[in-house]
Design a protein around this ligand. Structure first.
Ligand code: NAD
Ligand code: ZN
Length: 260
């Protein structure tokens, strides 16, 4: 059964000129980065939703920074997995490609992805709460936080992690990039339908941000790669129930093999 579905995906990708991948925490799971739900959703006894909100930062910026400093540090101990690497290879392969990831880790960048929209921001950037300046950063030294010192901008404003917290809006330019992908015609005017890969997301945070509806309107083929069903599963044409790294590493040589 699943071999048949896999062959279908390979055929679609071989024919495709436009591919969009919409990813979530599951893509980094095989690198050892825990998904929120998978880890029990708790950090030092706090619900993740309670340390990742603007209210939490107002109330206790040190606590919130300790949470993010620990995640920054953990990133230094993990590597991109085959799913990140195949997504980077897709970027190089397809004329029209967009990777839209909800992940705030830096594994897509480290694997070489370029046409990348980081919908929820980046763990390795700070943003000033006064002047809004965004700056790449190293992991915040825990000793500084232990001493009660918070990071500040050169303007004097308090710095926060440049991530989209629960209850905050996505950047309009990111949503536009998503829309623009579906508005663009096939490069050569031929009508090969776009392929949308939904990989490793439960859909519980995003509900997909209207992505599946936009994809449908554009005539796209929707594929889900996730070992477990998600809230988006009933909207896809082709569910593939396997870890993303395992599946993508197996199919990619088939997609790119020269045909005679
Ligand atoms: P989620 O934690 O809600 O869901 C993870 C999904 O990944 C689940 O559906 C699970 O079945 C699936 N999954 C687990 N292992 C997989 C694998 N090997 N291959 C494919 N799928 C696999 O994740 P979400 O939907 O991204 O929402 C979580 C929110 O938390 C997002 O806002 C995200 O920004 C954030 N988050 C990010 C990271 C990260 O940057 N790596 C990690 C945890 C959470
Ligand atoms: Zn500033």
């Amino acid at each position: 059964m699943s071999a048949k579905r896999e062959a279908k995906l390979i055929g679609w990708l071989r024919a495709a000129e436009r591919v969009l991948a919409f990813c979530g925490a599951g893509v980094s799971a095989e690198s050892g980065v825990p998904t929120f739900r998978g880890a029990g959703g708790l950090w030092e006894g706090h619900r993740v939703e309670d340390v990742a909100t603007p209210e939490a930062f107002e109330r206790d910026p040190l606590l919130v920074w300790r949470f993010y400093a620990a995640r920054q540090k953990a990133l230094q101990e993990v590597e991109p997995n085959p799913a990140h690497r195949v997504l980077a290879a897709m970027d190089a392969h397809f004329p029209e490609f967009l990777l839209v990831s909800q992940n705030v880790d830096n594994l897509h960048e480290r694997a070489g992805s370029e046409r990348l929209v980081k919908l929820h921001g980046s763990l390795m950037e700070t943003r000033c709460t006064e002047c809004e300046r965004v700056t790449p950063c190293d992991p915040l030294p825990e000793a500084e936080l232990d001493a009660g010192r918070l990071p500040h901008c050169r303007c004097g404003g308090l710095l926060r992690p440049n991530v989209v917290w629960f209850g905050e809006y996505l950047l309009a330019e990111h949503l536009r990039a998503l829309e623009a992908f579906f508005e663009r015609a096939a490069p050569d005017g031929k009508a090969s339908p776009p392929v949308v890969l939904i990989i490793g997301t439960s859909g519980s945070v995003s509900g997909g941000y209207g992505l599946t509806q936009a994809a449908r309107r554009s005539g796209a083929r929707l594929v889900e790669i996730n070992p477990a069903p998600s809230l988006l599963s009933r909207e896809v044409d082709l569910p593939l129930r396997e870890p993303a790294g395992v599946l993508l590493a197996r199919i990619w040589p088939e997609v790119t093999r020269e045909q005679r």
